[in-house]
Design a protein around this ligand. Sequence first.
Ligand code: ANZ
Ligand code: ZN
Length: 830
Amino acid sequence: MASKYDFAAIERKWQQRWREADLFRTPTEGQRPKFYHLDMFPYPSGELHMGHMRNYIIGDVVARHQVMSGCDVLHPMGWDAFGLPAENAAIERAIHPQDWTLACIGRMREQFVSLGISYDWDREVNTCLPEYYKWDQWFFIQLYKRGLAYKKESPVNWCPSCQTVLANEQVVGNACERCGTEVTKRNLEQWFFRITAYADRLLQDLDLLTGWPERVLVMQRNWIGRSEGVTIFFEVEGSGEAIETFTTRVDTLFGATFLALAPEHPMTAALVAGTPQEQEVLAFIERCARESEIERTSEQAPKEGIFLGRYAINPVNQERIPIWTGNYVLMAYGTGAIMCVPAHDERDFAFARQHGIPVRVVIQPPDCQLDGETMAEAYTEPGVQVNSGQFDGLPSDKGAEAIHRFLEEQGKGRRSVSYRLRDWCISRQRYWGTPIPMIYCDQCGIVPVPEDQLPVLLPPVVDFRPRGVSPLGTAEDFVKCSCPQCGGPAKRDTDTMDTFVESSWYFLRFASPHTEEAPFDRDEVAHWLPVDQYVGGIEHATMHLLYARFFVKALQDMGMLDFTEPFQSLFTQGMIYKDGAKMSKSKGNVVSPDEICSKFGADTGRLFILFAGPPEQDTEWSDEGVAGCFRFLNRAYRLVADNLEACCSDWRETLATAEPDRVVSSLRQRVHETIRRVTDDIRKRMHFNTAVAAMMELMNGMTDFAQHMREHPAPTQHAAFSEAAETAILLLSPFCPHLADELWEMTGHEGFTCNQPWPEFSPAMMAKEEITVVVQVDGRVRDRLILPASADTREIRTRALTSPRVLPFLGGKRPKRVVIVGKRLVNIVS
Ligand code: ANZ
Ligand code: ZN
């Protein structure tokens, strides 16, 4: 046996043994409780980076811990292999995206293996293979049959550089999320998934997601953006027609001094047809259509518009109100037309001042008198109704109710709900994606490809550079086909699907990845789903996590699933920074997982990532931190190697009958406290950093004990040390599995640590007495720690510095000073 911690040899050896034993194969007997742990699968970019590493190591700890805790664990991995990144990378290197993608996958799979991550590779899923995307197409057709997939011409976000349509979610501050180019608008025939049909359920069921971070719930809520209001009908003077407007402030109806139609609103052009303004208005419509919604609605954007020369009648008082068109009115929200109340809405106010429209106050604040002529900004808070006829004097909430009732009675309004959420545009004019399984026939119109003819294979087109039309259009053999209905000549759809379609159901495929006759085996899905724990990046808070929820609900309605929510618990890990900045190639501050593995070993890398800070927070990379973790593992190795005789002694019987002395009791207490802390930290909080701290403290205690044991050798001493070592090795197993298995073998055990039961603490063994330690940061109390009376200053210090209540006040920096007063108070100077 080596006397030194030879991590390279150890990691090679155990990775091979695990492979030979097929250790990570998912158990299928189903006798133990199931646990489905899922990490968000990566784009096969070719390199695992630190963000991946954190994600997947966190996942591995949870999965391994669950195995040891007695669960049948499903812990799969796959590849989100279609999409722009692969296509762009392939274009840059002038190779086929498929070759590029498969090569990347090969490299990344090796990286996963060398990190010791416990994936069941037999269940690997690769979305760019026909056996997978066939089912994208099948789902598409099912959605189509139920009216949940439809085609319409619509203005879409267009990136002139990527030459493709972008989903709203892929537009960040009016720029393309990928390349930063300014996004423009284009009218195209596009396929949409009717996610809006599920808006209410997507919103309501958020309440079921008790295991989700609050901020993700908030982001989803805002994204869906449900608004309750009233639709009011304004008759157009001299025509039988009415304009429908959506408002959340019906209480302000008497203050409406103009109406505004979205430029794209069908009535805009209609109202000016044949009038002198017509040309000007048409030009305005054109111009607005080219601008994005974000530009048009931004607060700074000039409020442009044109008076259409017509009037509408206010249903509460028959007042004539001028009708305008305004750039800040969006066609896609509410009804595409609004009543404008400059005194109480900021955008209406800006518009009115710019165009000389009167401002009429109808809601008076409690503390002052507003004057429409002089006010400098809109008053948007509640107040008391004024200038509102019979409703004067009512508080505005009561006023809203009364005016709403009045409108209902007159048949001029009804309660209505609007959502920010839009239908999901899934057509992409790019090559590397799932072909849309639709056929266009002059006789029969749109005809789905018959299900027994799926998959529609992605043709190996040679020239897939983007040029604004789908590259598939250049593959004549692909485009030309015969109509499945009439047999006549027909054409295929040449667009491909948004890659978010693939990731909307991959978690179902993992339950039965080899099923050929269906997208998934229902029994297997019923057994494994929902996912018990999902781990991934916060960047997926809206798109992926909303789409996947939508898919599950739609499939539930098709009778294919019997659950409503795919992910029971969600954990979003923070980012890892270096030198205060996000790691990126351009900044040259990238640390690659490979580099750490070859210098210090995977176990050190894993330990550092887990120890570096609370996993949901952003953390700074630290070379010293890595070196510290490496030293810790070296010391752990030597502590066992130097005390092998003790470690190999069978402690259970000895300790059951022995009369322990004080030193032995105190070590045993510490062992059991450590079990409790590590278990709680993993299970309840996912605070791996404090779990690692607890293990480090245990090792310190064992080091002192070993010294004592050498001076007073006795069977009880050996037994106590052996218990501590065995426990420590098992606790270490999910974190540093290679070293744990090596030490396990060195101490005379057989098999693998991850097949051992997770250590249980005995409450009887724990310190009876507890102390309360107050933690102050810069003189203010931030936490009260409950610690065992046996805690020493080192332990008190680490617990204080790693407390989740204290950490936010340290700003990620090392504190200037830490003073421990007795065992009562920790004073931190930040
Ligand atoms: C009159 C009014 C008076 C309004 C007032 C606000 C304040 P949320 O809460 O986001 O749903 N609105 C409605 N449809 C619109 C569209 N297509 N484009 C631009 N603006 C639109 O906002 C609802 C409010 O946004 C509506 O209530 C409407 O202006 C405006 F003192 O109506 B309000
Ligand atoms: Zn036909």
